[in-house]
Design a binder for this molecule. Sequence first.
Ligand SMILES: Nc1ncnc2c1ncn2[C@@H]1O[C@H](COP(=O)(O)OP(=O)(O)OP(=O)(O)O)[C@@H](O)[C@H]1O
Ligand SMILES: [Mg+2]
Length: 720
Amino acid sequence: MDITPILEHLNDAQRAAVTAPPGPLRVLAGAGSGKTRVLVQRIAWLLTVEQANPWSILAVTFTNKAAAEMRARIEQLLEFRASGLWIGTFHGIAHRLLRYHWREARLSQHFQILDADDQVRLVRRVLRGLELDEKTWAPKQAVWRINAWKDDGLRAAHIDDRDDPLLRTHVRIYAAYEAACERNGVVDFGELLLRTVELLRDDATLGEHYRARFRHVLVDEFQDTNQVQYAFLKLITGQRGDVFVVGDDDQAIYGWRGARIENIQRFEQDFPGALTLRLEQNYRSTAVILDAANALIAHNRGRLGKRLWTDGSRGEPIDVYAAYNDYDEARFVVERIQRWVEEGGRRAECAVLYRSNAQSRVFEESLIAAALPYRVYGGLRFFERAEIKDALAYLRLLANRDDDASFERVVNTPTRGIGERTLDELRGVARERSVALWQAAERLLAERRLAARAANALAAFLALVERLARDTAERPLSAVTAHVIEHAGLLAHVRKDKDGKGEDRAENLEELVNAARAFETLPEELEGMRPLDAFLAHAALEAGEGQAEAWEDCVQLMSLHSAKGLEFPQVFIAGFEEDLFPHYLSSQDPEKLEEERRLAYVGLTRAQRHLTLSFAERRRLHGQEIYPRPSRFLREIPAELTRDVRARATVSRPLYNPGPLVQAESDTGLQLGGRVRHPSFGEGVVLALEGAGAHARVQVNFKAAGAKWLVAAYAKLEKV
Ligand SMILES: Nc1ncnc2c1ncn2[C@@H]1O[C@H](COP(=O)(O)OP(=O)(O)OP(=O)(O)O)[C@@H](O)[C@H]1O
Ligand SMILES: [Mg+2]
């Protein structure tokens, strides 16, 4: 076997890491120093030189996209299919283990995955059950707490709440939520991991089995592991395992989601004899960009300390653009991208990064106006669109009738005359008898406790789902999906939408059929799973990440958080303003401020050749006109590395007036054509927005009640 390709293009330090003898090893190194590359070559090294069985390798990456790229790279290096190898995200891997061992994990066989939205809905129901008022016990906050506990590996029963009545209530909510998930046969993202950890910990045979099997464990972006992920690593590697982690303490940006930077330090204690290697040469960016990043991050304390250098070119100064307002900022960036493309660059080489997802809209408008194709990562993803979630909910009900979240979602979609009153009765019965809504419905019907009209409508719904199940049994997944979309009436339902988006939605539904087709022959790592379960799990796990559409040359838009690990020749970071970046919730707390600075460091170090930073002197944010100050992070970059491009751009800069429509949009958080729910009028579509601030008014066409004008601030509209 020729090992040259594996060791080519590696410097000495990198080679030392790739070829180190098996055993715990940690690579601590800055951005662009080749950590990910080293991890890939290490896998190739293990497979060839160490003769490791592919079956014995487990590699953890941060996104599914990174996992796919990693697999492709390895196959390219080795010139054979890397089958048997497990590469995935923590969630993906945990999910796979739970599918194999659902019985041991005490899950129902066809358990479904709850996404963030479903979680909030479920907590709402739990609150009703506990007779707690949503105004006092905000569902989103409860979800946030539950997730944080799970990330820390804590069950409701473990939390000491003796002296804190507030905490006690949250723990009660958590316990009731756990019970509801159990009843419904659903698990949330945090549960995937926690359940897996409990499984490996409590089931000695299984734990032993996997420890013996996964002799080699490798983890990218190690600085962003949380407690429960770390516990998983320890359980799967045992004390003496060959565990290879790469990370950068300066790029830890998920503290707010429970990631523990301390895990980098704990590694030494938990894996005795661990070796530490450092990489210091950066191969990604120009010297100017690197100097700027180094200077910025030097403002943080308590760093493990490292300095990056490059022997590449010095490069151009970093452009700093002071925009009049957010529209002017977007216009400037789009012009630059146009120029890049005219000069022969590719659109996909340009990335626009921002702190807050809400910033993408203005860029999208400008890109559309300039007819530049773009893709937003982390925006409203395919699998999160309302019509797609409706279709998936039907499929989920076919897989598992106890899935209450799905039941609630589609029991009256398309409208079939099942009102809130009937639903409330159902929920009451479900609660009293500790059963799922489906069973509650069956019993209410059997006991003839409903008014005739409601009973007929409900019976028709149950019959519909049963009929769908019968008619699609034994058929290929794409046919099942197409059948459900058609016969549940979803296609006709979206076509009726009066907001002009009906055809788009219908196309999305048809796209879902294509997506399902891809799951008719399962990839090796999902073998043995029912295609429907595999498909639904994929929809839930991929939703967090961006559209998995065919590759196309488009401008890349994403938040700074999702840019982690990536690189682009041309990077724009927008909104370098106090209160936006650093975020206003973080600027008062020294630790959070440091996390924001690390995020800025991640942003700067994504750039290979050109970097442009911009801020606006006026911006609409959270419905208010603000006049932000430039970010402190700008001042932390030495002036000699930057170039002010404001003067040149002033020549023909129209003062863009966003106009009342756009103002109202950002004011209310509502969107033209968006679907909303009103506490008494039910579901509808936003037809018009008008005015600003406290006076913003919105016109909604309600399915049941027709078109109405409402004052946005009082209407209690909820987006669906
Ligand atoms: N020895 C080398 N010679 C040439 N190019 C290299 C070398 N090592 C890494 N590179 C290139 O440098 C770039 C950065 O590498 P990589 O993405 O692995 O860095 P990283 O440390 O994982 O960065 P991040 O911290 O941002 O994830 C890549 O384009 C990679 O191909
Ligand atoms: Mg990397």
